[in-house]
Design a binder for this molecule. Structure first.
Ligand code: BGP
Length: 466
């Protein structure tokens, strides 16, 4: 049986828009998702898990089940309904109440400033493609650092790569644009500049506590040993992993990274604009990250592909329906014999181990790592209040084992946040893709601990992966 260090954090993760509900309550301003989901008509972000009202219950459950930290995000539009300008005191008070509840239950909050929810007022003017949004973000962050002095663990952004590609490649996030590589690259870069500006502000003002960024890092492997497949893998990895790690820890993009980006841009007729001053800001910030948050659920096997972009996003749980072929990059394929979820997410814990070892090797001053999301989307069966989610326990076990091995091999991983604390709303899948330790009856908002919650409690108390 593998062990985790005694001081290893075992937490639960959430995000404001996916948990809170109450999208029109408490003076909250709109985000692009409100209108997008309404038009799409598949599911609504209300009531989600009603964390807006149920937070005392959820934080109490954390205490009861050995979940010693909670990852949550602040909804920017609860603080600044229009993104800038007037402060909404009701929103400020709400987050103070949450942090007070955390303190009462001895649960440490890890707070993300932006989790896919740019204020609509700024989104409509180009989101992070518009440099004014960078400034607005830094001002919002500064307000939070001054106001929420109870918080000691901050993250700037959640998952910059999925923001860029879901918005401008797959089109499954608003503004639903497809295959626009100019916007993809610019969005990745601009968000990294905003991250760097925020880190610099945090450090130059000596705010107490620590700050980092959360990246989605899905390990890529070539589908075969052929030179073509290895090259496709190199390109996919450069755009989704390397570009952001270079920005975070080098403060510039390495020659090899830019070779890949330029090749992708050329094939897709895309351009980008990086300013000299951006790199000054990024360079300064590159030595100031206290930690890296890694969201890791799956990995990809990549094959060479010569055609036009063809993507089908499996947002329904119909196994085997995913298609991912991208012009100028490659095709992500199913690998025979490997397990995957109903949403076609490949279960391959070696990917977790490999990404951790790579960071240690390629970016040796990474400081420390938190796994800020990992978990299994599953169609839980609810029978008389009992949820036996064995496949989820098996998933969590193999991934925690991979983390434990990486720690033994010298990677400084300090904690793990299971996605998700309770069932919540999933951006492109709605409510039947459940991840929680606690089952939520979305009609009554009653919580039911799943079998995995009892298992997680045992792991947290014994630091043994049973
Ligand atoms: C990450 C996001 C989360 C969450 C999770 C699961 O990308 O940070 O917000 O949604 O993935 O993804 P999904 O809900 O699509 O299954």
């Amino acid at each position: 049986m593998l062990k985790l260090p005694d001081d290893f954090i075992l937490g639960g993760a959430t995000a404001a828009y996916q948990a809170e509900g109450a999208t029109k309550e408490g003076g909250k301003g709109p985000v692009a998702w409100d209108e997008f989901l309404e038009k799409q008509g598949r599911f609504s972000p209300d009531p989600a898990s009603d964390f807006y009202h149920q937070y005392p219950e959820d934080i109490k459950l954390c205490e009861k089940f050995g979940v010693d930290s909670i990852r949550l995000s602040i909804a920017w539009t609860r603080i600044f309904p229009d993104g800038v300008g007037e402060v909404n005191q009701e929103g400020v008070d709400y987050y103070h109440r949450i942090f007070a509840e955390c303190q009462k239950r001895n649960i440490t909050p890890f707070v993300t400033l932006h989790h896919f929810d740019t204020p609509k007022a700024l989104f409509d003017k180009g989101d992070f493609l518009n440099r004014d949004t960078l400034e607005a973000f830094v001002n919002y962050a500064e307000f939070c650092f001054n106001e929420f002095t109870e918080v000691r663990n901050w993250s700037t952004f959640n998952e910059i790569y999925p923001v860029a590609t879901n918005q401008y490649l797959l089109g499954v996030f608003p503004p639903s644009i497809k295959s626009d590589f100019t916007s993809i690259i610019q969005c990745l870069h601009n968000m990294m500049v905003a991250h760097a500006m925020t880190i610099n502000l945090f450090k130059e003002n000596n705010y107490p506590g620590e700050i980092g960024v959360v990246h989605s890092l899905e390990t890529k492997y070539p589908a075969s040993d052929s030179e073509e497949d290895r090259h496709a893998c190199f390109l996919d990895d450069a755009l989704s992993v390397r570009f952001l790690l270079d920005a975070t820890y080098l403060g510039y993009y390495s020659e090899e990274t830019m070779r890949a980006i330029d090749e992708i841009c050329k094939k897709n007729g895309a351009t980008y604009e990086f300013l000299d001053n951006d790199f000054e800001v990024m360079k300064k910030a590159s030595k100031r990250n206290d930690y890296l948050g890694i969201n890791h659920y799956q990995c990809h096997f990549v094959k060479a592909y010569d055609g036009e972009t063809m993507i089908h996003h499996n947002g329904t749980g119909d196994k085997g329906t995913s298609v991912y072929k991208v012009k100028g990059i490659g095709e992500r394929i199913y690998k025979e014999g490997l397990k995957r979820t109903d949403w076609d997410w490949l279960i391959y814990p070696e990917g977790m181990y490999d990404i951790l070892m790579r960071i240690k090797q390629d970016y040796p001053h990474y400081n420390k790592i938190f796994i800020t999301e990992n978990g299994m989307g599953y169609k839980d069966e609810f029978e008389d209040g009992v949820i036996m989610d064995k496949p989820r326990i098996e998933y969590l076990k193999v991934y925690l084992e991979a983390i434990s091995k990486a720690i033994t091999d010298g990677v400084n991983v300090k904690g793990y946040f299971l996605w998700s604390l309770m069932d919540l709303f999933s951006w492109t899948n709605g409510y039947n893709k459940r991840y929680g330790l606690f089952y939520v009856d979305f009609e009554t908002q009653k919580r039911y601990p799943k079998e995995s919650a009892y298992w997680y409690k045992m792991v947290s108390e014994t630091k043994t992966i049973i």
